[in-house]
Structures are given as C-alpha cells and as structure tokens.
Design a protein around this ligand. Structure first.
Ligand SMILES: [Zn+2]
Ligand SMILES: [Zn+2]
Ligand SMILES: [Zn+2]
Ligand SMILES: [Zn+2]
Ligand SMILES: [Zn+2]
Length: 501
C-alpha cells in the first residue's frame, strides 16, 4: 500500500548520468579552484561572467552529483508525495545547472574545433594580449597548453547542457508522475475508508520506515555471517549472548512487596471453620442435611446460583462462619464425579454436564501461562541453542498473540497493523454464571487472574524437560511449547532469586 513507483523512470535516468555527471563536476570544480585562486582571471579583458559561471557550476555540480547518488534507490521506494518533493529539488538543480551553462556560453567556445589552430590563444581578446585559456593554462595546478585548457572548457559546457537537459527530464518525470499518483489517491481515498490526510501521513512514514529498512539490511550482514557458522560455535555464541541479556534483566525483586492474605472487614463472618463457641441451632443443621441430600442431584453452580437469591438464602447455604467447609462438602457431592474441573474464568467447579463451551480469543498472558515452559540451562542449550534453524530463521518464538495495537504501531505499520492481532479462539469450558457475560469482560477477568498466577515464582520448580530442579538462583529459560523456540517476553521472570520457593 505504499503507492510507490512514480520515481522509477527518473531512477533509470539517474543511473545513466552517474559517469557524465562525475566528469562535469570534476571539470567545473577544477576550473573553479583555478579561477578562485587567481584574481587576474576574474578581471578585464576577460569576460565578467567567468567568476559567477564557474562558482555556480562547481557548487551545483557537487550538490547535484551527491543528490543524484543518494536519491537513486530511495526514489524507487518513495511514495507519490515524496517523489513530488524530490522532483521540486531536481528542478532547482536543473535550473542552477542551466544558469551556469548560460553564463559559460558567454566566455567558452561551444566546439572543440574553435580551440584548434591558435583559436584558444586568440579567443575573445584583442591582438597581442594573452587569452583567458593561455593564462588559465599557465596558472593551472598542472600546467597545460591553451588548447587543452580550451577543450576542457568546451567539455564542461557540453556536459553542462547535457546535465541540465537530463535533470530537467528527471524533474519532469518525478513531478508529473507523482502528481498523477497523488490525484488518483485523492480521488480513491474515500473508497479505501481513509482520508487523504491519513494517506499523506502514512506516506510520509515511509522515510523512517525506509531508514529502518536500510538499518536492518546493514545489521543483517554480520547476522548472515553468523548464521553460516557451524552449529557448535553458533550454539555457544547464542547461549553466551542470551546469558548476558538475562544477566542484564536481573533486577532485584522488591522483597517488601509480598502478597498479603486478604481478610474480610467483618471479622464476625470470617470464612474459617469457627463457630465462635455459639451452639449451631437445629434449623441450620436441618437445612444443611437437606442441602447435602439434594446436592447429589445438582451442579455446584446451582447452589451458587441459589445462594444469590437473597441474603438469608445465602447465609443458609454458605454461612459466613463455615464457608470453607461447606463449599468443600458441596463440591464433593455436586456435579458429575468423573468430569469435575474448574471454570476457565472464575475457577468455580464445573463438570461436563454443566459447563458451557465458548470460543474465546487467545490473550497474551494466558498464552504465556499455558504454553511457555521453564527449562534448565543444559536443556535450554540442547533444545534451543543447538537448533539448526535455516539461514533466515532464528531461535526467538513469535507465537504469542499481540495485545492491543498502540497508536504508534498503527502509524508505523500503516493501515495493515490491525491484521496482526491473534485470530485463534480456542474452546474453553466456563460456568453458567460466567456465560452471561460478554467476551471482553471474560477475557479481562481471566487476564487479571493470569497476572496473579504469573507473579507466583514458585509456580515452576522443575525443568519441564528433564524434571531436574531449576535451583534457587540463576537464569530462567522459557521455551514455547508450540514452536520449541525461546520465549523472550518480559512477562516471564528472567532470573531466579534466592528466597523464592
Ligand atoms: Zn456440573
Ligand atoms: Zn465461571
Ligand atoms: Zn512466553
Ligand atoms: Zn512459539
Ligand atoms: Zn532440564
């Protein structure tokens, strides 16, 4: 969607004039250095245009040459509006070359034959006076004959005409073609669901994108060299580099921030098996017996649902003083005994009969929690570092789905950025209570729970490959269970610290 290509015809021309332009610049610069240093060459009886003519030719010859060289490839990649701006500068160069050549027309012959047979010695001076070419030849850094000097000036003038014409053509191609591209884009922009302004912004992002592209190309040279090395060297280099990165990420864990056990504000209804010395009345026991009896035919969510009917019902089903024991008992009696599991979102007990299967989009944290497994250093070395990837591949996992696309990513990647979001939506078993909520709420709740689980450093104590202990200190290597490459996401702890369980 870069709408590039308007600069291709001019790029062909640019390539064609590399050598002639270098000749022109070298001639002009040589003449300008000579004229600049010797005041006698700038004075009567010689033409008053000489100083200005050579100055402009040397200055704009240099600018034009480097501009031509620098813009040769980029104009091919540039989108319409940028090519237009490039075209305007090309037009400036063409104009300046035209001015220089016009000034030179007054003091330089236009054909080589005019320099021959004493023509150079008598050019534009009264008899008996030294001509400009005679004097310039004598004063030149490398002494030359008047005829050679004269032929040099003719060459500069001829190349000047040719370069001015070529640059005018380059400018005309760039300006006209880019104007057409812009006009077409302006006409079609409503059809592509974006305004002309957005198109211009996207277009101008090409400059940093192209810079990044060139930077990546330069970086890829040593990378490609590295990838051609034998696996024995490559694996050790990989391990060393990653170990250094892990060491850098090893930030001391804030020891004061510890999870605190949450206690309800009302200490009377503390969820602990505590009757506070008060005799439980008979009615409570009767209700409990009845509940246990009917629980055998119910699902756990039915009881939770029942408890939501009113406060008194809630107190009868899950009395605050005996919450834990009651819920354990009810979990035991309710649901299909063979297929008891947890709701994917709220962890309430469900079974095959009461669960509802819903397709929920994969989120980043849930992915890392489920798929990425810790490896000990030897297992990481053999499983990841010694992987024989192809020349273009690497050992970094890119399976994790993206979270929301930021505004900057949208600007950087252009309108195509939205296409990179995860589209996989695995089936998840959830309870009836969660099923009434929409996808976004469910995913938000699950992400929040995953975040808490992720913080639990004692979640993994052993290597998932060899089952050996990971040790209390040292780097933590995370390997993706799908592609078997290394997950380098910052959501995983990079380093294990002493004191962790
Ligand atoms: Zn059930
Ligand atoms: Zn649930
Ligand atoms: Zn991961
Ligand atoms: Zn992966
Ligand atoms: Zn291991």
């Amino acid at each position: 969607m870069w709408e590039s290509g308007a600069g291709i015809p001019s790029a062909v021309l640019r390539f064609a004039i590399f050598v002639p332009f270098a000749t022109y610049w070298s001639d002009a610069d040589n003449h300008w250095q000579n004229v600049r240093k010797h005041v006698v060459l700038q004075q009567p009886p010689f033409n008053p245009n000489i100083f200005r003519g050579e100055q402009i030719a040397a200055k704009w010859g240099k600018i034009g040459f480097f501009w031509n060289f620098a813009l040769w490839i980029p104009t091919v990649l540039f989108p319409g509006p940028l090519v237009f701006i490039v075209g305007l500068f090309d037009l400036t160069i063409a104009t300046m070359l035209g001015i220089a050549t016009h000034l030179q027309s007054a003091y330089s012959p236009h054909t080589y034959s005019a320099c021959r047979n004493g023509g150079a010695e008598t050019w534009q001076v009264p008899n008996g006076t030294q001509s400009f070419f005679t004097l310039a030849g004598q004063l030149n850094a490398t002494k030359t004959t008047p005829e050679t000097m004269c032929r040099d000036y003719v060459e500069e003038w001829k190349y000047g005409v040719a370069m001015a014409v070529c640059y005018s053509l380059i400018a005309a191609f760039n300006i006209i073609l880019s104007a057409i591209v812009c006009a077409v884009a302006a006409r079609d922009s409503p059809r592509h669901n974006r305004s002309f302004g957005e198109w211009i912004l996207d277009t101008f992002m090409t400059i940093p994108r192209a810079t990044y592209f060139i930077f990546i190309c330069l970086v890829m040279i040593p990378v490609m060299f590295f990838r051609c090395l034998p696996i024995s060297i490559k694996s050790r280099a990989r391990f060393g580099a990653r170990y250094a990165v892990k060491t850098g990420q090893r930030v001391p864990t804030p020891r004061d921030i510890k999870m605190r056990v949450m206690r309800p504000k009302n200490s009377k209804s503390c969820y602990a098996g505590n009757y506070q010395g008060k005799a439980t009345n008979l009615a409570d026991f009767l209700i409990y017996d009845v509940l246990v009896l009917i629980a055998r035919d119910l699902h756990y969510v039915d009881l939770v649902n029942l408890s939501l009917a009113s406060k008194s019902v809630h107190d009868a089903v899950f009395p605050g003083s005996d919450f834990l024991t009651r819920s354990e008992h009810f979990k035991m009696y309710t649901c299909d005994i063979a297929s008891k599991t947890q709701c994917w979102v709220c962890t309430v007990q469900i079974c095959d009969e009461c669960q509802i299967i819903r397709s929920l989009r994969e989120t980043p944290l849930v992915f890392h929690l489920d798929i990425c497994k810790p490896h000990c250093s030897p297992c990481y070395f053999s499983a990841v570092c010694q992987q024989n990837t192809d020349r273009l591949g690497n050992t970094r996992c890119a399976c994790a789905p993206r979270s929301e696309i930021t505004k900057w990513q949208k600007i950087w990647h252009g309108p195509s950025a939205t296409l990179n979001l995860s589209t996989t939506a695995p089936s998840r078993g959830i309870c009836r209570l969660c099923n009434v909520l929409d996808d976004a709420t469910l995913l938000g709740a699950r992400e929040a729970r995953s975040r808490a689980e992720m913080r639990d450093a004692g979640r993994f104590k052993n290597c998932s490959k060899c089952a050996g202990s990971l040790g209390s200190r040292g780097p933590r290597w995370w390997v993706c269970g799908r592609c078997k490459k290394e997950c380098r996401s910052h959501v995983h702890p990079a380093w294990g610290e002493k004191g962790e369980p």
